[in-house]
Design a protein around this ligand. Structure first.
Ligand code: 13P
Length: 255
């Protein structure tokens, strides 16, 4: 069955000290305030150097999970500066974000490379959070569905059924990332439902029903409840608001 997940993508923010303080505030607030039947999983995705320490600081509960923001497509070897999926798994990561638009845009990650990264992550036992999303230009040209469908086909749908079972999808319209311009809940729902339909075609109805699909892009404490109330929105991938403990906790409480 699909899960409700709120994941915090810290991107290239905080120092080690600030990161530890932030995660301690978040875990305290969540433990104090999120009680009862709210089964939401919280995934914290800090920068690489802080992963191990932050993982150690997460309470041993089924609520909190650790994720990385990227991994190498290579398994190991002479690749100076790279971080392998196995390394991430060995320091306690369960998830890894792949295909974020910032990686596609600034680091020229294409569908071919992302396919290899997905394979590497899955082989190491990590669950990929695979991002898709259109630019403003694409949306205005009324080409959103074609574009998303191509990203899914070329980047993701080469996986076997068993591999695909491990994947979480994040719909992050580029025009909504860091802009304060959130997709309306209707816009998010429309694309999420479309993604689910594409999964049903590529795999089957059960896979479509069981896949967690997150929304990302200027999600915050004010709009999360409305977004999460949509039938095909299973949670959020949160950037800016995940760096503020109060806001992030309120988003988690929106379920
Ligand atoms: P913002 O929440 O800052 O818009 O970022 C969204 C995002 O890119 C999460 O991966």
């Amino acid at each position: 069955m699909r899960k409700n997940i709120v994941a915090g993508n810290w991107k290239m923010n905080t120092t080690y000290q600030d990161g530890l303080a932030l995660v301690s505030e978040i875990t305290n607030m969540v433990q104090d305030e999120v009680t009862g039947p709210n089964g939401v999983e919280v995934v914290i995705c800090p920068p690489f150097p802080f992963l191990f320490a932050i993982g150690k600081q997460l309470p041993a509960s089924s609520r909190f999970h650790l994720g990385a923001q990227n991994c190498s497509e290579k398994e190991s070897g002479a690749y100076t500066g790279e971080v392998s999926a196995k390394m991430l798994q060995s320091v306690g990561c369960e998830y890894v974000i792949l295909g974020h638009s910032e990686r596609r845009q600034y680091f020229r990650e294409d569908d071919e490379l992302l396919s290899q990264k997905l394979k590497a992550a899955l082989a190491a036992g990590l669950k990929p959070i695979f991002c898709v999303g259109e630019s403003l230009e694409t949306r205005e040209a009324d080409d959103t569905f074609n574009f998303i469908s191509k990203q899914l086909k070329d980047g993701l749908f080469h996986l076997s059924n068993e591999e695909f079972d491990q994947v979480v999808i994040a719909y992050e319209p580029i025009w909504a990332i860091g802009t304060g311009k959130t997709a309306t809940s209707a816009q998010a729902q429309e694309v999420h439902a479309f993604i689910r339909e594409q999964i049903a075609r590529a795999y089957d109805a059960e896979a479509a029903l069981n896949t967690t699909i997150l929304y990302g892009g200027s999600a915050n404490a004010q709009n999360a409840r409305e977004l999460f109330s949509q039938p095909d929105v299973d949670g959020g991938l949160i950037g800016g608001a995940s760096l503020k403990s109060r806001d992030f906790t309120e988003i988690i409480k929106s379920f």
